[in-house]
Design a protein around this ligand. Structure first.
Ligand code: ADP
Ligand code: ADP
Length: 226
């Protein structure tokens, strides 16, 4: 689904990512795993074109990500920011449906898609009118997920979707996420620094350390990290 060829990224004189090659397989969940600061978020932002690589190229569906195609391509890539990235002045419904309304989908279509997503993410329908500040952490994550999925993207990119949650809710949402990914059957790329979470949710794992890919492959084939 994604292929990165010799891709690197530098901020000032910090190498966020050294030149790397990477393949993200289609229809499965790939986990980008590693300690804070190792380049996971940078890698995710390179995949949806929010960042441009300093060298190499990023292929999406076999085609290079080109500047002029980015708007169209981003509609095929659902992206949930670290921390949810919800707008505080919009309700849960407003946040979830933002992109569809921006694209002027007819109201009935927006409503139908919202209903599907409420069911999929198990978001409580009576909380749709609440603002992010009035929602629990788990509910905010579900809204963030609905927003990322609104346009029926081919790919879902999630940056530390469970990072800010307390352990009980985190565990519950992990199970829900695994169930959701299985039902979607789409390509998912998920960033986490939590090995257990990565192993629970991922089928394909990319281990990063200090801006380098240490290992990548199907979960069962990974060797013990040195
Ligand atoms: P993460 O938790 O994934 O490491 P951060 O919280 O460090 O992410 O980064 C949040 C935002 O700040 C991102 O947009 C990132 O690009 C930016 N950022 C991270 N590190 C720096 C830095 N050293 N200088 C400037 N911006 C940074
Ligand atoms: P991770 O997601 O694994 O925590 P990041 O990709 O956020 O790591 O960051 C990798 C490195 O790049 C870190 O050293 C971070 O501070 C740096 N970095 C990330 N974004 C920026 C930015 N916008 N400006 C400067 N440095 C950044």
């Amino acid at each position: 689904m994604f292929e990165l060829q010799g891709v690197s990224k530098c901020f000032g004189n910090t190498w966020a990512l050294h030149p790397l090659d990477l393949v993200v397989p289609e229809g499965r969940t790939t986990v980008l795993l590693g300690p804070s600061g190792c380049g996971k978020s940078t890698l995710l932002r390179l995949m949806n074109g929010l960042l441009r690589p300093d060298s190499g190229r990023v292929l999406f569906g076999g085609q290079p990500l080109r500047e002029e195609d980015l708007l169209a391509v981003r509609q095929r890539i659902g992206y949930a920011l670290q921390g949810g990235g919800l707008f505080p002045h919009l309700t849960a419904e407003g946040n979830a449906t933002l992109m569809a309304r921006y694209l002027k989908w007819p109201g009935a279509r927006v409503k139908q898609r919202l209903d599907e997503l409420v069911a999929l993410t198990r978001f409580p329908p009576d909380a749709l009118g609440r603002y992010p500040g009035q929602l629990s952490g788990g509910q905010r994550q579900r809204v963030s997920l609905m927003r990322a999925l609104m346009l029926e993207p081919d790919v879902l990119l999630l940056d530390e979707p469970l990072g800010a949650l307390d352990p009980m809710i985190r565990h519950e949402l992990q199970e829900d996420l695994r169930d959701i990914f299985a039902r979607l059957g789409k390509t998912v790329v998920l960033v986490t620094h939590d090995l257990g979470e990565g192993a629970f949710l991922g089928q394909h794992v990319v281990l990063l350390r200090e801006g380098r890919v240490v290992q990548q492959g199907p979960l069962g084939e990974l060797e013990r990290a040195p």
